[in-house]
Write a protein that binds this ligand. Structure first.
Ligand code: GLC
Ligand code: MG
Length: 253
């Protein structure tokens, strides 16, 4: 990797990019410089809805991204200042998505508490579920969906958040869509994350991955079970860990 080659930089927000203000400031300066001089691109991949993304962008010094992947990969905004979602991606996910059926099945489990309306996406059904209940509810839910032949995936993050998404839509797939659209090689793509909904980011072979030092147990466990030279577990937290990882892979000097 040469430090002057353009790269596709993808990062989760909560507890990955955001969480250490001083380190974020340093990282922002480096990324801004790289984007300006060499044409690197910056993408945020978050579980948040567009309104919650905008709240965060008000509170934190975030660079304007080249695209926002929101709702855990199920909506892509080419410009988060507008409400316009990438129509091709939405069209791709709409095939086979049966939101009403999913909600009906989920309502059979009292352990599933629906998240606020703002966090329900066009292709995302989200609930709160305790770690204790997850042990029994997750497998039961999976087999119910399978029995109904619903093409969905279940993502559990941080011992709290349960997302039900189309089988074809998650953060990782959304990144591959943008990567191909923009013509970046896998080895010129780096993804960063801290929790369960980031696992899909790390699942594309050849893509470089940085796990921040404060990664949640579910991601740490995945890392141990899928050891790979393309994945780097940083020592530092949040943006500090990202900087460490970008240097490790030679994206930044
Ligand atoms: C964000 C979203 C929430 C989702 C969680 C995990 O917190 O707001 O809906 O469940 O990320 O993906
Ligand atoms: Mg996170």
């Amino acid at each position: 990797m040469t430090e002057t080659a353009p790269f596709l930089f993808v990062t989760d927000l909560d507890n990955t990019l955001v969480g250490d203000r001083a380190a974020l400031e340093t990282l922002n300066e480096r990324l801004k410089w790289h984007r300006y001089n060499y044409g690197s691109k910056i993408v945020y991949a978050t579980g948040r809805s567009l309104p919650l993304y905008r709240e965060l962008a008000q509170e934190q010094a975030l660079l304007h991204p080249d695209a926002l992947i929101a709702y855990v990969g199920t909506t892509i905004y080419p410009d988060p200042d507008t409400e316009t979602a990438d129509p091709e991606w939405s069209q791709h996910l709409s095939q086979g998505w049966e939101g009403a059926k999913i909600t009906a099945i989920a309502s059979n489990y009292e352990q599933l508490n629906p998240q606020p309306d703002s966090e329900q996406g066009a292709f995302k059904s989200s609930y709160f579920l305790t770690l204790e209940d997850a042990e029994t509810v997750l497998p039961a839910l999976k087999s119910r969906f399978a029995a109904q032949e619903l093409e969905v995936q279940i993502i559990y993050s941080g011992g709290r958040d349960l997302d039900i998404l189309p089988a074809k839509g998650n953060k990782g797939y959304a990144v591959q869509y943008l990567r191909q659209k923009w013509g970046f090689y896998r080895y010129n793509t780096v993804v960063c994350g801290d929790s369960g909904n980031d696992i899909s980011l790390f699942s594309t072979e050849g893509v470089r991955g940085v796990l921040v030092g404060n990664a949640m147990p579910e991601l740490q466990q995945w890392y141990r079970e899928n050891a790979n030279d393309n994945h780097y577990l940083a020592r530092s937290r949040c943006a500090g860990g990202i900087l460490e990882g970008l240097q490790h892979f030679g994206f930044l000097p």
